[in-house]
Write a protein that binds this ligand. Structure first.
Ligand code: GDP
Ligand code: MG
Length: 178
């Protein structure tokens, strides 16, 4: 949910979901710090980071980003994690069809337990590894459309489409009526 009441300065809780190793933490670090650390292990950085984005219409959006600390490896994430989230990024790795199947599982979880007006993005990460692609853009695009999500392919390594991902989410957030 959008907890702010000021229509020019929005604030939103954003959660990341997806298989372990698909690049969730790297996407966050690329967006928040502009960095990519190829040596980083499973869980990089803090589990909570925030970043403010200024949009062209002079509104700002403060993302309060909840990254998992690797819990996605062990069990279903507690619905507590996505409670109150106004936006969710579901990530898979374009070289792993298994991770795409897992992404679909997370989408179902969000549809069951998340807020019905949550903005959901389907993200095919590691787009720089296109020579080893095993999930077609078209399949992912069609799946996203069927589930009222938007779809984008990113690379946390090259920074390709990372800012665009967060801008698209920001544009879709409901604006509070003043
Ligand atoms: P998480 O478990 O989903 O948080 O995944 P991480 O962010 O920890 O990343 C897992 C591994 O994938 C790390 O070795 C990263 O260096 C690598 N990685 C993450 N994003 C990319 C990317 O866009 N391209 C490539 N080639 N590797 C990536
Ligand atoms: Mg991680």
């Amino acid at each position: 949910e959008n907890s702010g009441t000021d229509p020019k300065n929005l604030r939103v809780k954003l959660v990341l979901l997806g298989d372990s190793g698909v690049g969730k933490s790297c996407i966050v670090l690329r967006f928040v710090r502009g960095q990519f650390d190829p040596t980083s292990k499973v869980t990089v950085g803090a589990s909570f980071l925030s970043q403010t984005l200024a949009l062209e219409d002079s509104t700002t959006v403060k993302f309060e980003i909840w990254d998992t600390a690797g819990q996605e490896r062990y069990a279903a994430l507690a619905p507590l994690y996505y409670r109150g989230a106004g936006a969710a990024i579901v990530v898979y790795d374009i070289t792993s069809s298994e991770s795409f199947n897992k992404a679909q599982y997370w989408v179902k979880e969000l549809q069951k337990h998340g807020s019905p007006d949550m903005i959901m993005a389907l993200v095919g990460n590691k787009a720089d590894l296109h020579d080893n692609r095993s999930v077609s853009s078209q399949d992912a695009q069609e799946y996203a459309e069927r589930n009222t999500m938007f779809f984008i392919e990113t690379s946390a390594k090259t920074a390709d489409n990372i800012n665009q991902l967060f801008e698209e989410i920001a544009k879709r957030l409901p604006r509070p009526t003043p």
